[in-house]
Design a binder for this molecule. Structure first.
Ligand code: MIC
Ligand code: SF4
Length: 644
C-alpha cells in the first residue's frame, strides 16, 4: 500500500511505537526552534536536564515576540537566551532578524526532516515538505537533549487542489476556505497533506501561508510535497544542497479527502472572534475599517510585500485608516529596500514596523475602542489585540491593501488585472544576525546571563492517591490559551516569572480566578469542547499548576494543550457522557478517590464523585503508558529525571 508524505517521514524517524492511527509514537527530531515568549522557559527546562550540548542536527533560538522593551524584562530574557544558545550549541537569531517561522523557512528548514518548535505555527515549515510540529517548551527541551517527541499517530487528510487562483485571490483565501469547511476543531488528530495539480501553481511562501494556519484547524501539522518549485526556492536561498524531493505515493490512502478548485475561490475574511468564522468579502459587505495591519508569520513574505507595495504604489492610505506593515524577516525587509518597494510603502503613508510578531501578539498597535481591524494574521481571538472590544478580521494581504486605500472592506478583485510578481532568482543572503554557538572547547567558559525577572518554575510532586477539590471555574467550548494565559505587551515580559503571571490567569473569564484558586489550595477546571486551542504556550499549564489546579475535565482538548497539561502533571480528563458537563456547577466539590491506582493500573475510565450533588461523573483516562508514567511522576521533567 502506498504511503502519504507524513507516513514516509514518520517511518524514517520512528523510534518507538507502531505507526497505527491512535497509537502513541516517539519520533527522532532533527531540528528544533524556540521563540522568546516560550524560549526562556524552554531553556530553563533544558538547563534543568543537565545536557551540555544539544543533540539535534540544528537548533535555533529566535527573538521575535517580546521585542517591545518597556522595561528591563524582555532585554534581560533575550540576553539569557543568547547566552544559553552560545553555551549549549544553539544558533541564535537576534532581534531584528525576523519572525521564527519566516526565517526558518528561508534559512534552515529541510524537506523530509522533522522539526518541533515551541510555537504552534511551527508547521509553517510544512510549506517546504518538512514534518513540523508545534509543541510545549518542555517537549522541545527534551528533543534538544536527544529525546523522542511523542504524538498520537494522526489520521491523514488529503486536500486535493485543482485549478489556479484568480488575480488578487491568494493563499490566505485558500486556508480560510479550509477553515470554513473544517472549523477550528476539524483538524484535531489529523495531518493535512496538500496535493493535486493545483499545488504546482503555488509558490513556497503561498504554501507556507496555508500550512501555517493549519494550526487554526487544530491539526497536528500540515505539509506540502517538496517539488521542483521547492527546489527553486531553496536554490534561490543558496540551499539547493539541502533539497530532497518529498512526495506521497500515487496510491497513498487517506482517511478523508477534500477537493478545492482554486479557480472558484473568492477573497474571504474570518470575522470576529474565531478563525473559522469565514465569509466572502463580498458577503460581508463594505464595512468601515479603522486599522489595517499586514505581516505576521502567516503573510509577511517578499511575495506578500511585493503584492501590497504594488497595490499601494503611488497612492495614499485612507485618512481614516491606520496602516501598519511588518515585513517577516530582515531578508524580506532588506530586499524591499533594495528594489525600491519599501519607498512605495512608506510614501503611501503606511507605518513600517520592525520585522517581528508585534501586533499579532498584542505587542503594540492595539486598535481604537470597538475598532475594526483587518489583519493578515492567523488569530482573531477576543481581546488578543490588546483592545477588549476590538473587532479583528483576518484577510489576505491583497484584501488588506485594497481596503487600506478605500477605508472600507474591499474585494481586491475589483482592482482588475494584477501585474505578475517577479520573484528574485536569488534572495539576498546575509546571515549576520544569526550568531553561531561557541565551539565545544569554549562552551565551558560561556557565562549564562540571568536577569532578576527569571523566577524558578513551579515544583511538581508525584500524583497523590486521591484528590478532593472544588471546581473553581466552568467554561464553554473553544476556550483558547489566550483565555487561560493572556499575552500582550503588558503580560508577555513575565513569561519567565510564573508567580507574577498567575494574577492574569483566566482574567477574561473570571476576574477572581487566581484568588479563588489560592483560597481553595487545590482545584479543578471544567471545560467544554476543544479546550486549550490556539497557542503552544506551556504557561497555560504551568500557571494553573502554580495556582494548584490538579485536574481539568472537558468535552475535548486541543492537541498541544493536553500534552502541556500532562507535561506539567495536571490530569486532563474528558466526560464519557458529554451531557454530564451540565451536571457540574462551579464550586461543586469533586472527589477523585483512588485516581493514582486507576491511572497506574491502566484503567480507561474512572468515576469522579460530585460531593455537592451526590452524582457520579464517568471520565475517560485516555492515556498512553508513557503519559500515565508522566502523570504519576508529576510531569515530564520528573519523568525524564527518573528515566535518565
Ligand atoms: C501565538 O501566536 O499565540 C504565539 C505567541 O506565537 C504562541 C506562543 C506563545 O504563546 O508564546 C503560539 O502560537 O504558540
Ligand atoms: Fe508570532 Fe503571531 Fe506568528 Fe505567533 S502567530 S509566531 S505571535 S506572528
Amino acid at each position: 500500500m502506498g504511503q502519504t508524505i507524513a507516513e514516509k517521514i514518520i517511518k524514517a524517524h520512528l523510534v518507538s511505537g507502531e505507526p497505527v492511527k491512535g497509537e502513541d509514537i516517539g519520533l527522532r527530531i532533527d531540528q528544533t526552534l524556540t521563540q522568546d515568549a516560550t524560549g526562556t522557559m524552554a531553556y530553563l527546562e533544558f538547563e534543568a536536564m543537565g545536557v551540555p550540548r544539544v543533540k539535534t542536527e540544528r537548533s535555533v533560538a529566535y527573538i521575535d515576540h517580546n521585542t517591545l522593551q518597556t522595561g528591563f524584562e524582555n532585554a534581560d530574557d533575550h540576553r539569557f537566551i543568547g547566552s544559553v544558545a552560545k553555551k549549549h550549541g544553539i544558533y541564535f537569531s537576534r532581534p531584528g532578524n525576523g519572525i521564527c517561522h519566516q526565517v526558518h523557512l528561508e534559512r534552515f528548514g529541510i524537506p523530509g526532516k522533522t522539526l518541533i518548535g515551541s510555537d504552534s505555527h511551527t508547521p509553517t515549515a510544512g510549506g517546504i515538505g518538512m514534518l513540523a510540529f508545534g509543541a510545549g517548551g518542555l517537549d522541545v527541551a527534551v528533543a534538544m537533549g536527544g529525546g523522542e517527541y511523542h504524538i498520537t499517530m494522526p489520521k491523514m487528510v488529503r486536500i486535493n487542489l485543482t485549478g489556479k487562483l484568480r488575480d488578487y485571490v491568494s493563499a490566505k483565501d485558500v486556508i480560510l476556505e479550509v477553515l470554513r469547511i473544517m472549523s477550528v476543531k476539524g483538524g484535531v488528530g489529523k495531518i493535512i497533506e496538500y496535493g493535486g495539480e493545483g499545488v504546482k501553481t503555488l509558490s513556497v511562501p503561498e504554501r507556507a501561508t496555508i500550512t501555517n494556519m493549519g494550526a487554526e484547524l487544530g491539526a497536528s501539522t500540515s505539509v506540502f510535497p517538496a517539488d521542483e518549485i521547492t527546489r527553486e526556492f531553496m536554490a534561490a536561498q543558496d540551499r539547493e544542497a539541502d533539497f530532497t524531493p518529498v512526495f506521497a505515493d500515487e496510491d497513498a490512502v487517506y482517511d478523508e479527502v477534500i477537493d478545492i478548485d482554486l479557480s472558484t475561490l473568492k477573497p474571504a475574511a474570518a470575522m470576529p472572534h474565531m478563525p473559522d468564522n469565514v465569509k466572502s468579502v463580498e458577503e460581508i459587505g463594505k464595512i468601515k475599517v479603522d486599522q489595517v495591519l499586514i505581516g505576521s508569520c502567516t503573510n509577511s513574505s517578499l511575495r506578500d510585500m511585493f503584492r501590497v507595495a504594488a497595490i499601494l504604489k503611488g497612492k495614499t492610505v485612507n485618512p481614516d485608516v491606520s496602516v501598519g506593515i511588518a515585513p517577516g524577516s530582515k531578508q524580506v525587509f532588506n530586499m524591499l529596500a533594495e528594489c525600491g518597494a519599501l519607498a512605495d510603502l512608506i510614501a503611501s503613508g503606511a507605518r513600517i514596523l520592525e520585522c517581528a510578531c508585534g501586533p499579532c501578539i498584542g505587542m503594540g498597535q492595539s486598535p481604537n475602542s470597538g475598532g475594526i481591524s483587518l489583519r493578515t494574521f492567523n488569530r482573531n481571538f477576543e481581546g488578543r489585540s490588546g483592545t477588549a472590544d476590538g473587532q479583528i478580521f483576518l484577510v489576505s494581504p491583497e484584501t488588506a491593501a485594497a481596503s487600506a486605500l478605500t477605508g472600507v472592506l474591499t474585494d481586491p478583485t475589483e482592482l482588475g488585472v494584477a501585474e505578475p510578481i517577479e520573484m528574485p532568482e536569488h534572495f539576498l543572503i546575509n546571515d549576520n544576525m544569526i550568531v553561531p554557538p561557541a565551539p565545544v572547547e569554549e562552551a565551558d567558559s560561556v557565562e549564562i546571563l540571568r536577569g532578576p525577572n527569571i523566577k524558578p518554575f513551579p515544583v511538581t510532586t508525584e500524583m497523590p492517591e486521591s484528590i478532593k477539590a472544588p471546581a473553581v471555574l466552568k467554561v464553554e467550548d473553544n476556550i483558547t490559551t489566550d483565555h487561560i494565559m493572556p499575552a500582550g505587551a503588558k503580560i508577555l515580559p513575565y513569561r519567565s516569572n510564573i508567580p507574577h503571571l498567575s494574577q492574569f490567569c483566566f482574567k477574561q473569564c473570571d476576574e477572581n480566578f487566581a484568588e479563588n484558586c489560592k483560597k481553595a489550595g487545590q482545584s479543578v477546571i471544567i471545560g467544554g469542547a476543544n479546550y486549550g486551542q490556539g497557542s503552544s504556550r506551556e504557561h497555560a499549564a504551568l500557571v494553573p499548576l502554580y495556582l494548584g489546579v490538579k485536574a481539568v475535565i472537558t468535552k475535548s482538548f486541543a492537541r498541544i494543550h493536553v500534552a502541556n497539561l500532562i507535561n506539567a502533571g495536571i490530569i486532563p480528563l474528558t466526560f464519557v457522557n458529554e451531557a454530564d458537563y451540565d451536571t457540574v456547577s462551579r464550586d461543586d466539590v469533586l472527589v477523585f478517590d483512588g485516581i493514582r491506582t486507576a491511572i497506574a493500573n491502566g484503567d480507561t475510565q474512572f468515576e469522579v464523585a460530585n460531593e455537592t450533588t451526590g452524582k457520579k461523573i464517568a471520565v475517560n483516562l485516555d492515556f498512553s503508558t508513557r503519559q500515565r508514567e508522566m502523570l504519576l511522576a508529576g510531569g515530564l521533567l520528573n519523568y525524564t529525571k527518573l528515566h535518565n
